[in-house]
Design a protein around this ligand. Structure first.
Ligand SMILES: [Zn+2]
Length: 62
């Protein structure tokens, strides 16, 4: 399972999401950024920033 924590991108945000694949994570994160952080324009480098912060959940805290 893959994990993304919004706090790694937006300090202080507690939101996080899990999915089987990175594409689904990116889709959910973009939606969250729009809804919660008012990011109406998602730039290409934002997608790269998201992908760079997706981690394998079973490695977290191990
Ligand atoms: Zn957030």
């Amino acid at each position: 399972m893959r994990l993304f924590e919004c706090g790694t991108l937006v300090p202080g945000c507690e939101w996080h999401t899990r999915a089987d694949n990175d594409a689904e994570i990116v889709r959910r994160v973009v939606e969250h950024l729009r809804n919660a952080h008012g990011e109406t324009v998602i730039r290409e480098n934002m997608v790269d920033n998201i992908k760079a912060r997706i981690v394998d959940e079973n490695k977290v805290g191990a």
